[in-house]
Design a protein around this ligand. Structure first.
Ligand code: KIV
Length: 271
């Protein structure tokens, strides 16, 4: 079983991938991925929303519970959806607590900023492990004007480093760094004791994360830092096409898919 503390002791890069359902979680878990993130990327990856903002706490809880049912070994981290944390302190605790109490997650991830330092400390004190997330935080897409690179000036990079230190001190057990220059991520990684997990942050983070549907070949438009490692969507299309053709051609169901019940015949059509 992967634990939040155990991540620090791995002598190889940490592997993290998103999943949103039990079926996929089982496959990801069987493959030996260390951490399954039930990302709010479920919004655009599988729920049909334009971005992550509409994802509700109910959707996140339900998908997290499904992933927990499918995973045996991986650490399951529930991503807190837009406005489910930070609006009101007791609501934040209740919502984050639901992920552990109701859905069975091991930890939560908060898209972080100056406003999440105290929240991270409070949740950690209460026994809710927190993974922080700095750099590109997609829930701020409307302020950022797109999914743009972050930390591209010395001042911006120093701000990320300072926030990373604040979150480490507040008790975060790991830090996701998204879409920041590789040299900035390397310096932040060297400055922290907690592991950094990069997405578009170069090779020197302590681990890597990608969106599972991008890796598997469902992503229609991949971010520049992602890579497609398979074509599951192509396999699905082929299977569905083959099924449709078999039904339309009268080849399915075949004799082995049906059975005859002897003695059940001569039904009275008027009954
Ligand atoms: O929601 C998500 O999938 C994420 C990862 C991209 C880190 O936050």
């Amino acid at each position: 079983m992967t634990t939040t503390r155990g991540l620090r002791d791995l002598d190889r890069p940490i592997t993290m991938l998103t999943a949103y359902d039990a079926l996929t979680a089982r496959i990801v878990d069987d493959a030996g991925i260390d951490v399954i993130l039930v990302g709010d990327s479920m919004g655009n990856a599988v729920l049909g929303y334009e971005d992550t903002l509409p994802v509700t706490i109910e959707e996140a809880t339900s998908h997290t519970a499904a992933v927990v049912r499918g995973a045996e070994e991986a650490l399951v981290v529930a991503d807190m959806p837009f406005l489910s944390v930070g609006v009101d302190d007791s609501e934040t605790v209740r919502n984050a607590g639901r992920m552990l109490k109701e859905a069975g997650a091991d930890a939560v991830k908060l898209e972080s900023g100056p406003h999440t330092v105290d929240l991270t400390e409070r949740l950690t004190q209460l026994g809710i492990p927190v993974m922080a997330h700095l750099g590109l935080t997609p829930q701020h897409v409307n302020q950022l004007g797109g999914y743009t690179r972050q930390g591209t000036t010395t001042e911006a990079a120093e701000e990320i480093l300072s926030l990373a230190r604040d979150h480490e001190e507040a008790g975060a057990f790991a830090l996701v760094l998204e879409h920041v220059p590789a040299n900035v991520a390397a310096e932040i990684t060297a400055a922290l004791d907690i592991p950094t997990i990069g997405i578009g942050a170069g090779p020197d983070c302590d681990g890597q994360v990608l969106v599972g549907t991008d890796v598997m070949g469902f992503g229609e438009e991949l971010p520049p830092f992602a890579e497609q490692f398979g074509d599951v969507a192509g396999e699905m299309r082929a299977a569905v096409d083959a099924y449709r053709e078999a039904v339309e051609d009268g080849e399915f169901p075949a004799a082995e898919h049906s059975h005859i019940e002897e003695g059940v015949d001569d039904l009275d059509p008027t009954e």
